[in-house]
Design a protein around this ligand. Sequence first.
Ligand code: AMP
Length: 112
Amino acid sequence: MSDCLFCKIAAGEIPSDKVYEDELCYAFNDIAPQAPSHFLVIPKTHIDSVSEINGSNSTLVAHIFEVIAKITAEKGIKSYRVVSNIGEQAGQSVPHLHFHVLSGRDMTWPPG
Ligand code: AMP
């Protein structure tokens, strides 16, 4: 999508602090980290949110979870939280599917 912030980041049109990249997805550090380690993993193709996952794109989402496992293993991160906000009330501010990966501090439950 031409006016999507994360499409532009994935395409390298807006700078970001890259953590990982392959042909399908891109990972980068969050600009406003909520934990000592906080990065986002996004598909390079535009998907609005988890609500739009279906049989045509779920293989890509499975790949993203493999990438999360790979990145965290390589960084030696043993305990972490994966979060995806869907819609305004849940706190989604960027309408491009992304998974927050947070670690490095005690987490509370339930989340706020
Ligand atoms: P959400 O609010 O769940 O949609 O998550 C969007 C996340 O994107 C927030 O944690 C923001 O801090 C982060 N963010 C927004 N703009 C950028 C950017 N240019 N580079 C890195 N992270 C960003």
